[in-house]
Write a protein that binds this ligand. Structure first.
Ligand code: ATP
Ligand code: BUA
Length: 369
């Protein structure tokens, strides 16, 4: 009989840490531990928050009467690391060093591996991360931009995209490694990935200025105008960065990042809100069309996921434009804790081998031509 695995899952966000205790695929409890801005204020860098967040997690587990010695592994959300192929990675010294130095960027998810390691090493059990945002499975063709020296990068909602694609593949009686999907994750940021036989061979860089605009991000903007804005002397670099990430998209046009609020305005007849909201759906549909070309029209399903997939208005606008390409499947939310648990279970059950960070990304094909 298969052994039962108890897992502690840790998913740090900018103002909260979501934790879950899972027994195999079953959540025993899930909780969002919110951190007041004042509590986080003393820490200059995200990485400095780890001792504080660790204590908050241990206190929450203690309060629930959870016995730490029963865990088989601790799983953290992976952060900004060097580009790596998708999969489940054992937390190791190189990974911790890259995250602590912040050399690939600062993101709250950088704390996931550090917290998992801190707790796991005291219990003598393994710590893992699964499909971090830097998963890079781009085909050589997808990397080329029109400016040598500026390469396209893969930074996206890899964890949710891959977990949802695996689930839909199972429902369709296929293996993820055999199926072709287009997955649009539509949350605070939006990423649209072309999944070809288990690899995301093209996707927009959702964190740094590519793809559809989103509730908080500008996505792709006309490059010439952006350059002129940068050199106009009217804005600092940080101000422009905030226009692209955090204060772009719906926030810039409509003053809110909450799509539910936008829908309320649309329903009350606000024409501006309708134009902008539908334009966001239009841009997602266009990105899906582009991904269909990448997959040469061989597509098992188009999957819409993330918070915006709860919206019938928004998903209907997209489906109207793309349903001719392949069946559209809607899988709202992001279920990241479950996705992290599933990634660790694949390794603990021997269905997949844990990868050792860093695994180099294959890119030779470009150089050999
Ligand atoms: N029922 C709903 N109808 C319409 N929009 C919704 C609904 N529920 C959530 N949203 C919208 O989804 C967006 C947030 O999605 P989500 O929670 O996936 O984002 P996030 O986790 O903050 O960011 P990311 O997914 O980029 O990591 C918000 O604009 C929110 O208003
Ligand atoms: C781009 C992936 C993660 C995020 O939206 O912050």
């Amino acid at each position: 009989m298969q052994r039962t695995h108890r897992l502690l899952i840790i998913n740090p966000g900018s103002t909260s840490t979501k934790i879950g205790v899972y027994e195999d695929e079953k959540p025993l409890f899930e909780e969002t531990l919110r951190h007041d801005v004042k509590e986080l204020a003393p820490y200059a860098r995200i990485i400095d928050q780890y001792a504080f967040r660790k204590q908050v997690i241990l206190d929450a587990l203690h309060e629930k009467g959870i016995n730490l010695t029963k865990f088989s592994a601790i799983v953290g959300r992976g952060g900004l690391l060097r580009p790596i192929p998708g999969g489940t990675y054992r937390v190791n010294a190189t990974m911790l060093e890259d995250l602590k130095s912040g050399r690939y960027g600062e993101h709250a998810s950088n704390l996931g591996a550090i917290l998992a390691h801190e707790i796991a090493s005291q219990l003598n059990i393994p710590a893992f991360i699964v499909d971090p945002v830097v998963v890079d499975e781009l085909e050589p063709l997808a990397r080329i931009s029109g400016v040598p020296g500026i390469e396209r990068k893969s930074i996206f909602h890899a964890l949710n995209q891959k977990a949802v694609a695996r689930r839909i593949a199972r429902e369709m009686g296929k293996r993820y490694e055999e199926a072709h999907f287009i997955v649009a994750h539509m949350g605070g940021g939006i990423s649209v990935g072309a999944h070809k036989a288990g690899r995301v061979v093209d996707v927009n860089n959702a964190l740094d200025g590519e793809g559809p605009f989103s509730p908080e991000r500008a996505g792709t903007v006309p490059a010439g105008d952006l350059v002129r804005l940068c050199f106009s002397g009217r804005h600092t670099q940080e101000e422009i960065r905030r226009m692209l990430v955090g204060k772009g998209g719906l926030v810039a046009h409509l003053g809110t990042n909450d799509a539910r609020e936008v829908e309320r305005r649309v329903e009350e007849g606000d024409k501006r809100a309708r134009l902008v909201y539908e334009a966001m759906a239009y841009q997602v549909a266009k990105a899906i069309g582009a991904a269909a070309a990448v997959l040469e029209g061989r597509i098992d399903a188009i999957i819409l996921t993330g918070g915006l997939a709860y919206s019938k208005m928004f998903t209907d606008w997209i489906a109207r434009r793309v349903a001719w390409i392949a069946p559209v499947k809607i899988y709202p939310g992001e279920n990241e804790l479950a996705a992290l648990a599933e990634g660790a279970l694949r390794v603990l059950r021997g269905e997949e081998e844990a990868k050792e960070y860093p695994v180099p990304v294959v890119r030779e094909a470009v150089l050999q031509r």
